[in-house]
Write a protein that binds this ligand. Sequence first.
Ligand code: GN1
Ligand code: MG
Length: 349
Amino acid sequence: MLEQILKQYNLSKPSIKVIPFGSGLINHTWLVKDDSNDYILQRINRNIFKIPGDIAYNINLLGKYLSVHHPGYLFVKPVAAIDGEDMAYIEAEGYFRLFPFVKESHTIDVVSNPSQAFEAAQQFGRFTKLLSGFDTAQLKVTLPDFHNLPLRYQQFENALVNGNKERIKESEESIKQLKKFNEIVTVSEAISRNPAFKKRVTHHDTKISNVLFNEADKGLCVIDLDTVMPGYFISDVGDMFRTYLSPVSEEEKDFTKIEIRDEYYHAIKEGYLGEMNKELSVPEKEHFIYAGKFMIYMQALRFLTDHLNNDVYYGAKYEGHNFMRANNQLTLLQRLLEKEKSLLAKPVI
Ligand code: GN1
Ligand code: MG
């Protein structure tokens, strides 16, 4: 299969090496090593992205805008296949794209110091800021309702009715906990009715591995633009909180290791607001910590919903994997709520 794809990029030589790359749950990624150039090859998960052409369409539009208005910005465009298209299609395998591997750049999988969190937040903030003059209505919605929390809650409730009966019974305590935090949904409904909250060009997947760093560990740009859509800043800031604040990820089974590290919170805030301070309204800034609650809660809901639906979305490497992930995220949410007051006590900017 990979052979067929590489042919479409004129890269099918015996010396080429293809190595699985990264740790995303949705798309498959490989590093392609040529003699002189390296590439990143990705298969778009068609179960999730129903119209892969929309991703290419968005990337193309954003690339054009940035090249005119911010020519200095490093924008990683897909390599055209031999037929000139941004994507290669293989019957039964789906859509693939190839990106140049930016020389002397690297990605990281785990945030290991506050400076990396600062750099990443600066990059995600800069991306939205540089695109503030871009008309978001032009973007295709690649994943409808991706961060629609009321809908995620509804899907959770549906799973409570139609899901795996045994799992529902075993998850009783977690279900109770999730229901208890329902207020987070109410706030999100109020936000979507409030004109002080603006829809901007939003990345929607701000994990650390979606930032390119240079050799001095300074941020270069953001990558993985599949979920770039109109959205609230809450999505981007919230997922940074969700994935950078704790020293352990959603995969950690030992919940005593889950904690909120103040210095990472402040690093994200400084990095993001350093770019976005003038863009955000006062009510938006007042919802900075809420962003974390929103994303962590939504992720807990999504993991538990998937567990109750027999892991159809995320898959599971072991029995109860998504149940564990959901409880991990619930613990993270509790830790954040406990710290909320003390985090707010130190005003930044
Ligand atoms: C998925 O594939 P990956 O890891 O980039 C998911 C995110 C979740 C994340 C949790 C399209 O992202 O929303 O936060 O898993 N992406 C999609 O690890 O559902
Ligand atoms: Mg992604």
